[in-house]
Design a protein around this ligand. Structure first.
Ligand SMILES: Nc1ncnc2c1ncn2[C@@H]1O[C@H](COP(=O)(O)OP(=O)(O)OP(=O)(O)O)[C@@H](O)[C@H]1O
Ligand SMILES: [Mg+2]
Length: 238
């Protein structure tokens, strides 16, 4: 039977060297949905995203994309299979122009497909076209975040993993970041993000996953999770 979920994580344990950080984590991501992972510092949120992208040691469990196990797939193989990760922090090549960054972002594609890939992300984010000659380091924080995301989108991922897309941005930029995430979802991309801006992220999400001390403690629609007294107290300042 075809699985409705694009990604299915079953009993995943993963971490670094000899140390499992996340333990027995399971969930599915519906196609075309937006999921936010919340949790305290050190809860294992980044480790979870990195494990899905193949950057962490997997101790147990399974991750399946479109029903196919990713076991033994390195990040390059996962990117080719349709998973993109925008890590925490911004702007890998600040001294190169926006256009040059976009050319680097297309490194995983055959050369003949590069111009179309750049055209596609510029159509999605016209700012990148208007500022194509601007040095990436001179873009605003929010614009740099869009550039980093566009570089990953060039590979046409089905699933985009975003680690704290609003980190370090002014409150004014937050709306823009979450609008961007909606735009990508509307373009057919399934999104899983880690966010500290819980309210803003919940407002655009279909599902919220709560991580505490390396395990998933809650999962549900934002209306339900947002009504949980513990979540209100810990994350919503109520
Ligand atoms: N390279 C590493 N080697 C060993 N342990 C690590 C490594 N990176 C992270 N950890 C540990 O894994 C745990 C979870 O870290 P992780 O970065 O996944 O948390 P997080 O939920 O993303 O936190 P934050 O909200 O601060 O970003 C932490 O205790 C951290 O010290
Ligand atoms: Mg993190």
């Amino acid at each position: 039977m075809a699985d409705a979920a694009l990604l299915r994580v079953d009993g995943l344990s993963a971490g670094y060297a000899e140390t499992p950080i996340i333990v027995d984590v399971s969930f599915g991501l519906a196609r075309g949905s937006i999921t936010t992972v919340i949790g305290g510092n050190g809860a294992g949120k980044s480790t979870l995203l990195r494990a899905i992208y193949g950057l962490n040691r997997q101790f147990g469990g399974d991750i399946r994309l479109d029903g196919r196990s990713l076991r033994g797939h390195d990040p390059a193989m996962r990117l080719a299979a349709g998973i993109g990760l925008v890590p925490q922090g911004r702007c890998n090549f600040p001294r190169l122009s926006v256009r040059e960054n976009l050319e680097l972002g297309a490194h995983s594609l055959p050369l003949r497909r590069v111009p179309a890939a750049i055209d596609r992300v510029v159509a999605l984010f016209p700012m990148l076209g208007r500022k194509s000659r601007t040095m990436a380091g001179n873009l605003s924080g929010g614009e740099q975040q869009i550039l980093e995301t566009a570089m990953v989108l060039e590979a046409e991922p089905k699933l985009l993993l975003l680690d704290e897309p609003s980190l370090g941005l002014s409150p004014l930029m937050l709306g823009e970041v979450f609008a961007t995430i909606r735009t990508m979802r509307d373009a057919g991309v399934t999104v899983m993000m880690v966010e500290q801006n819980v309210r803003g992220a919940m407002a655009v999400s279909d599902t919220v996953i709560v991580m505490e001390l390396g395990t998933k403690t809650l999962e549900g629609p934002p209306a339900e999770i947002g009504n949980d007294p513990r979540i209100k107290a810990a994350y919503l300042g109520a």
